[in-house]
Design a protein around this ligand. Structure first.
Ligand SMILES: Nc1nc2c(c(=O)[nH]1)N[C@H]1C(S)=C(S)[C@@H](COP(=O)(O)O)O[C@H]1N2
Ligand SMILES: [Mo]
Length: 330
């Protein structure tokens, strides 16, 4: 290699290194659907965002009857279930919101649904993990893989969900079985689960290998759904509305500003459907003269986390930036 070529090689590898986070960000591209200006508390299955790295696995589209779930690793008793066997087990129901770690400020990759399924803790009790085991690693039929601390897998609300909004999961949302575990971003909510391995080795998951957060704890998020960016308002007042979500930490308050963030009005919070569901908020806003206005929303969780503008980039651990919309009042 000549000196010049070597120099060029160095520059290109450095550029590649600089650009690599941007590339992984681009790769996490959720499909989102317009849910309207008054976001419903429960997101219908057809409006619930979809995110996966390569779509539903062919094996589940073509012959789902060959699917089974295997729980193994550092356990006293290995367990295997077919779909009919899982359906016979007692189930629990829980409302929970799931949001994508790649969801941008104000984005639509978030939804709330009623999940019904088998308690993961109950299966773990039966399998009886080894005293030193501390990780539950999940593997999907699409070979997606990720793990969570065993402590979180034993959460009384960690579900192996069979149903979404009262019906069997659709293929897009993880049929036959998906994980729903409170407090964590969608990245951890494994779809098409085929294997749960209990162990100690904290292996990197699919997205961690691409630089995304390993813990993936949900950050406080709030979004303005009405009015929308670019709207013309032909009145001197309106009821601003939106949603706020803080994982398993609960939303403490939501504030809205219409004067460039000099003053903030406290929004009214609707009681969420569960401790793990988003809360809808609303607040009346009035304008004393025509002109352009910016509305901003920020929320806080019940552990002191607040939305901050230095956290606007979803990569690598999710965004918590302030959401703003610009409107014209006639
Ligand atoms: N098997 C599998 N599970 C997966 C994924 C995947 O690519 N494969 N993507 C994850 C990501 S990044 C998100 S945000 C959620 C999205 O769930 P949804 O499509 O039901 O909204 O699924 C998670 N579970
Ligand atoms: Mo995601």
């Amino acid at each position: 290699m000549t000196r010049l070529k070597f120099l060029r090689f160095l520059i290109y590898s450095f550029l590649g290194f600089l650009l690599s986070p941007v590339k992984s960000l681009a790769q996490m591209a959720p499909r989102v659907f317009d849910a309207g200006r008054v976001t419903s508390q429960i997101t219908s299955v057809s409006k619930f965002y979809v995110e996966d790295y390569s779509g539903p696995p062919a094996s589940l589209k073509e012959n789902p009857e060959t699917w089974s779930l295997r729980l193994h690793g550092m356990v006293k008793r290995e367990l295997v279930f077919t779909y009919p066997q899982l359906l016979k087990r007692p189930t629990i129901k829980m409302f929970a919101t799931i949001n994508c770690i790649g969801n941008p400020v104000g984005g639509g990759a978030i939804g709330n649904a009623l999940w019904e399924g088998v308690s993961l803790a109950s299966l773990l009790d039966e399998a009886n993990p080894d005293f030193f085991a501390d990780v539950a690693a999940f593997k999907g039929a699409d070979d997606y893989h990720d793990s969570i601390p065993l402590r979180q897998a034993r959460h009384s609300s960690a579900l192996l969900a069979l149903k979404m909004n009262g019906r069997p999961l659709t293929l897009d949302h993880g049929f036959p079985l998906r994980l729903v575990v409170p407090g964590l971003y969608g990245i951890k909510q494994m779809k098409w689960i085929r294997e749960i391995e209990i162990g100690q080795d904290d292996r990197e998951g699919y997205w961690q290998k691409r630089g995304w957060s390993k813990k993936a704890r949900v950050k406080i998020f709030s979004r303005i759904d009405h009015p929308r960016d670019g709207d013309w308002i032909f009145q001197r007042s309106l009821l601003a509305q939106g949603v706020a979500f803080a994982g398993d930490r609960g939303v403490q308050y939501v504030q809205v500003s219409s004067d460039g963030e000099k003053t903030w009005a406290l929004a009214k919070l609707e009681p969420p459907l569960s401790d793990y569901s988003w809360a809808r908020w609303s607040v009346p806003i009035s304008f004393n003269k025509p002109g352009r206005y910016q509305l901003s929303v920020r929320g806080a969780d019940q552990y002191g986390g607040v939305q901050r503008d230095d956290l606007r980039d979803p990569f690598p651990s999710g965004t918590s930036g302030v959401h703003r919309v610009n409107i014209s009042v006639a």
